[in-house]
Design a protein around this ligand. Structure first.
Ligand code: SAH
Length: 214
């Protein structure tokens, strides 16, 4: 039985208003934020922080992303139901759950063994079923691609070519690219076999996209 009380639902409605107030306009994205029980992604001692629009530590030096940031990246992805989406950086599984609420198929990669093990237990328990992979997200998932969209949820020093090559034509890669301490939200659209269009959407703050596995 999932513990999602009326109080949690009320706090979640407020969170949706906050995120909308910060400029998220996509109805499907706002609806998904309104559905995912974010408090279940945090250790119980921190539940009162679950519906604040803030990132939060989830152990092993990692964070559950800020809801606004998740909404912003999801809005930039422009997903449609049934599409095949790759997420790099499973972390808490919150972003994956938001995408699943939008009716897409999610393939998600994590490089930290501890987080990978934990999330594989948590997500199915609360009704979310992405396909989980342990590995280095710089490489993507060449055998499962090409994808209708790719979202990277850690700050990358550059846009990995492997990920660009796993986009279908017309598909988008949403990736925060480091510039000093912070990252520029970047959308790379594959407009042709060898043609990519790049746009930038403001500064964000992510944990780093690291190489290899741990
Ligand atoms: N999407 C997550 C955000 C977690 S923070 C959420 O909604 O909670 C970023 C995550 O990316 C961390 O879990 C980190 O371990 C992972 N990560 C960092 N570098 C990676 C890489 N090269 N491949 C896969 N995951 C990576």
């Amino acid at each position: 039985m999932i513990n999602d009380s009326l109080q949690h639902q009320g706090m979640r409605r407020k969170l949706v208003e906050i995120v909308a107030g910060k400029g998220i306009t996509s109805e499907p994205v706002l609806k998904a934020i309104g559905k995912v029980p974010r408090h279940l992604f945090m250790e119980s001692g921190f539940i009162k922080f679950a519906y604040k629009d803030q990132a939060f530590p989830i152990g092993v030096g990692q964070t559950i992303s800020q809801p606004y940031t998740v909404a912003f990246q999801t809005q930039l992805l422009q997903v449609l139901p049934k599409e095949k989406i790759l997420e790099v950086g499973t972390g808490s599984g919150y972003q994956a759950a938001v995408l699943l609420e939008m009716g897409v198929q999610v393939f998600t990669i994590e490089r930290q063994r501890e987080l990978f093990v934990r999330v594989q237990q948590l997500l199915p328990d609360i009704g979310y079923h992405p396909r989980f992979f342990f590995g280095d997200g710089y490489k993507g998932l060449p055998t499962y691609g090409p994808f209708d969209g790719i979202v990277v949820t850690a700050g990358a020093p550059y846009v990995p070519d492997e990920l660009k090559q796993q986009l279908k034509i017309g598909a988008r890669l949403v990736i925060p690219v480091s510039e000093g301490e912070h990252q520029v939200m970047t959308v790379v659209e594959r407009v042709g076999e060898n043609e990519f269009d790049e746009k930038q959407y403001g500064m964000f703050s992510f944990v780093p996209l690291l190489k290899g596995t741990n």
